[in-house]
Structures are given as structure tokens and as C-alpha cells.
Design a protein around this ligand. Structure first.
Ligand SMILES: *Cc1c(COP(=O)(O)O)cnc(C)c1O
Length: 426
């Protein structure tokens, strides 16, 4: 790809972009009556335009029908979660019986660990990536304690080579081999939230199975960011949130994938609730738990309709655009950002070290950049100049050009603002 650091180039790229019209379907925070240059879709995606109407629909049906809305509303609440089956399966490359939308991410991770972290004897270790999102680490620690184990004995963090930020797939595979019969579970983020590294899910899963362990993935930064083939890759379980790349609103409902072979296994331990019970007899209100024959059997509670109404609008945009097209644009957009950061470095002489892998196969729509000598005030100065990025201690800014709503012009304009700001003394 050859890029240019001028507005004509960016405008031309936007004109040629088959997904350009999606930008009109989102609401941007404003700065000086112009949309902000928003690069934190990996933290909280922007609001799709249809959200307000979808929420008002549920409010109106609740007003009109009260409890009968479970069956009579336009989108009956009783079966509301089924509206996601097709879209979620397509999103993560799963069979329809393998996915369900429920709860929130960390709750789902804990529920899945109950089923899939079953330490026995020497086989009790959990291998996870260097610097996982802290919530995941807390979940692993608490699960170890739940089994009467000392987290220090069973949690194994995969460290990078000295002086490096990212992990080599070959090192991960040999670590799995080394742990062998002591390994119960490998649980990585699909994309690490800090570095933006996209792990090789298929080969990690394959190697994990070859030593007799279970492979699960936290796809918080992966779902809606990269195309996935969870079923074909034979992944045991996965979970994701929907408020980052998937634009479904703060704290919105989460997604879960469980491989068919586990879904069909009624003996697998799971925490049960009435919404996981066979739906044809659920309202007999009988004591004996009969699990649904799909991932829905992990559901505990009836569905949070307001969050789901938002998620439906957002997920439909992904189903419509399709992950292959989204990914195609994403690869170029991220490469353009990488190029523009290089230009800013040349113009300003400020060292900008991108720690995200430079290989497009090993990253999605995120670049994590060390800005030498910068402090957190950089992010508020960018905000005051109309740019939204985020800050991770000690000196990393993370930027995610989201292919559904960010443009090449956004990135060009960011380069100008950033360059000026770095040249002006704080
Ligand atoms: C964003 C994120 C979370 C947040 O968890 P919630 O339960 O949604 O608050 C957890 N894990 C990872 C890997 C994340 O990226």
C-alpha cells in the first residue's frame, strides 16, 4: 500500500471506500460543531443512529402491554435473545446452537470457567497472556481459590522475550508443550487490550488440545474487529463484550460461544437458572433442571431487553456490512494510521514507538504507541483539540480507527493536530 500525507489522498480513499456510508449511521461527540476525531471505539464504540428509536419501541410496548409484553410486544421479550443467534454466529464463525447473548463479559467468563476450568490432581494450571485485562486475571485467581488452590501455584502468565512487548506464537506453543500434563486451561485474549496483538487462535487451540487441555478466549477486543472461525478452529469456549467494537452502549449485554461438543454434553457442570431450562417446559415451573440443547443452557436470567434493543441495532450493522468487508477496510485504515504516525515523528522529531505488531495478520484496528516523555495531559490536550484517544500508564496512547465510522480523512486530520500539538510546548 502506498499512502500520502495530504488531504486530497485521504478524500480520494474515502470516495473509493465501499463502507463510507456507514459513517452516517453513527452519532459523534462534537467539538466546535464538528464531529470529533474519535479513536476509542475499542473502549466504547459510538452510538448507532437507530438506538434511540429501538429503545423507545420497548418503552412504548412496556407502557402498552405491561407484563403481556413478554409475548405481545413487537419484538417479544420472551424470545428476544433469539434475535441475535444468526448475527452472533456469523460474527464469530460459529454454529447457531453454539452462541448466546446474555449477561456481561466478566460474569460470562466466570460462568464459563465454572464449566471449563476443572482442575484435577496435577492438571490444574491456567496459562494466559502477558498483562491480560485485569478483570480476567481476577477471574482466574478467584476460580483457583474456588477450587481450594493457591493462585500462585496455578496461574501461569506467558511473558514476552526480554525487551519485547509481543509474544511469539512459537513460544506460546512450546510453553503449552512444556506445561503438558499440568495444563488444565489456556485462556488468552483474542487481541491483547494493551498491545493490540492478535493471537493465532487456531494453532494455540490445536496445541492446547494436543496436551489434553481446554482452550478458551476472551474476545472483548476481537469480536467485531477481526473475522473469526471459532467452530472450525475448534475453540472450546469464548466470550466477548458488545460495547467496544460492537457499539452496543455502555455496559451492554455480552456474547458467549461454546463448542457444539460441549453444548450437547448434559453432564458438563454449569451454574443453572430458569432461562437455561428447556423452553418448552420452562413455565411448568418444575424443580428438575432440563438444560436447553444449545449454548442457551448457560443462561441464568430472563433477558435485559433495554441493553439488547441497543445491541440488536448495532449487530445488524455488522451483519449487513459483513466482517470480510470490515476487515478489508480495517487493514488499510490501520496501515494509514501507522504511516501518518511515522510522518508525525518525522515532522516533530518526537519518538513514537508503535508496540502493536507491524504484521497486519497479527493485529486488528488498534495501534498502541509509546510517546516518549509524554504524560497523561497529552490525552486531555488532544481532547481539547477535538481528538479522542486513550491513555494507558506509563506512557502509551491507544488508538483504534473503527472501520464502520472512521475515515481516512479522520486519520489525516489527526496527523495535523497531533503534529502541531507535539511541536507546541505543553
Ligand atoms: C473490556 C474488557 C473487560 C471488561 O469487562 P466487563 O465485564 O465488560 O466490565 C474484560 N476483559 C477484557 C479482556 C476486556 O477487554
Amino acid at each position: 500500500m502506498t499512502f500520502s500525507n495530504n488531504p486530497e489522498f485521504a478524500i480520494q480513499k474515502d470516495q473509493q471506500d465501499p463502507l463510507a456510508s456507514y459513517r452516517q449511521k453513527f452519532l459523534f461527540p462534537q467539538h466546535d460543531n464538528k464531529p470529533m476525531l474519535y479513536f476509542t471505539g475499542n473502549s466504547l464504540g459510538l452510538q448507532p443512529i437507530g438506538v434511540r428509536e429501538a429503545l423507545l419501541q420497548e418503552c412504548a410496548d412496556w407502557e402498552k402491554f405491561g407484563v403481556e409484553g413478554h409475548m405481545l410486544s413487537k419484538n417479544p421479550w420472551y424470545s428476544y435473545h433469539e434475535r441475535f443467534t444468526q448475527g452472533s454466529a456469523k460474527l464469530v464463525g460459529a454454529l447457531e446452537e453454539e452462541v448466546v447473548v446474555m449477561n456481561q463479559l466478566t460474569v460470562n467468563l466466570q460462568l464459563l470457567l465454572i464449566s471449563f476450568y476443572r482442575p484435577s490432581g496435577k492438571r490444574n494450571k491456567i496459562l494466559f497472556e502477558h498483562k491480560p485485562f485485569p478483570s480476567d486475571q481476577y477471574a482466574f485467581e478467584s476460580q483457583a481459590k474456588l477450587h481450594g488452590l493457591n493462585p500462585e501455584d496455578v496461574l501461569v502468565e506467558m511473558k514476552p522475550r526480554t525487551g519485547e512487548y509481543n509474544l511469539h506464537t512459537e513460544d506460546i506453543l512450546s510453553k503449552i508443550e512444556e506445561l503438558g500434563p499440568e495444563l488444565a486451561l489456556v485462556c488468552f485474549g483474542g487481541v491483547n487490550y494493551f498491545t493490540g496483538q492478535f493471537f493465532h487462535i487456531e494453532s494455540i487451540t490445536q496445541k492446547t488440545h494436543s496436551v489434553g487441555a481446554i482452550a478458551g478466549f476472551d474476545l472483548a477486543h476481537t469480536a467485531g474487529n477481526l473475522p473469526l472461525e471459532l467452530h472450525n478452529w475448534n475453540v472450546d469456549f469464548a466470550c466477548w463484550c458488545t460495547y467496544k467494537y460492537l457499539n452496543s452502549g455502555p455496559g451492554s449485554v455480552g456474547g458467549v460461544y461454546i463448542h457444539q461438543r460441549h453444548v450437547k454434553n448434559p453432564d458438563l457442570i454449569r451454574l443453572a437458572g430458569w432461562w437455561g431450562h428447556d423452553k418448552s417446559t420452562r413455565f411448568n415451573m418444575e424443580p428438575n433442571f432440563q438444560p436447553m440443547k444449545t449454548a442457551e443452557s448457560w443462561q441464568l436470567s430472563n433477558a435485559p431487553i433495554m441493553s439488547m434493543a441497543v445491541h440488536k441495532v448495532a449487530l445488524d450493522l455488522f451483519s449487513e456490512a459483513g466482517m470480510p468487508a470490515i476487515r478489508k477496510k480495517s487493514v488499510e485504515l490501520t496501515a494509514y494510521l501507522e504511516y501518518i504516525l511515522g510522518e508525525v515523528q518525522n515532522e516533530t522529531g518526537v519518538a513514537l514507538e508503535i508496540i502493536t505488531p507491524s504484521n497486519p495478520e497479527e493485529r486488528g484496528a488498534q495501534l498502541s504507541v509509546i510517546v516518549l516523555g509524554a504524560t497523561k495531559s497529552l490525552v486531555s490536550r488532544l481532547w481539547d483539540a477535538g481528538v479522542v484517544v486513550d491513555w494507558r500508564e506509563p506512557n502509551v496512547i491507544r488508538m483504534a480507527p473503527a472501520p464502520l465510522y472512521n475515515s481516512f480523512t479522520d486519520i489525516y486530520s489527526f496527523g495535523k493536530v497531533f503534529s502541531n500539538l507535539l511541536q507546541a510546548k505543553p
